[in-house]
Design a protein around this ligand. Structure first.
Ligand code: FES
Length: 107
């Protein structure tokens, strides 16, 4: 079965300028958007370790540090790379169109 992506506009890249990360809601799901070296990435906003928003975390290169227990994820792959996180966070495709970042979700 072929899955179709629905692209939803979220925020302008300027929203990521200050911290490199921002939150958006796509189809009722909270998403964290990241800017890394001129490219854009998106993951689920909810940390897989607890009830924390990754968009409130600290972005260092391609790693987002959770604000609650300082676990880390690679924002490009979603891989959990720093304890106490062990479960990957879901990633979503991002594209820049008409000056707005669009996040793709299966529909
Ligand atoms: Fe994110 Fe614990 S809630 S590391």
């Amino acid at each position: 079965m072929t899955e179709t992506l629905t692209w939803t506009p979220t925020v302008a890249p300027s929203a990521l300028e200050q911290y490199g990360v921002a939150q958006a809601i796509v189809g009722g799901t909270k998403i964290a958007l990241y800017a890394v070296d001129g490219d854009y990435y998106a993951t689920a906003d909810l940390c897989t370790h607890g009830q924390a928003s990754l968009a409130d975390g600290y972005l260092d290169g391609d790693l987002i540090e959770c604000p609650l227990h300082q676990g880390t994820f690679n924002v490009k792959t979603g891989a959990a790379v720093g304890a106490p996180c062990t479960v990957a966070v879901r990633t979503y495709p991002v594209k820049l169109e008409n000056g707005v970042l669009h996040v793709g979700m299966e529909s």
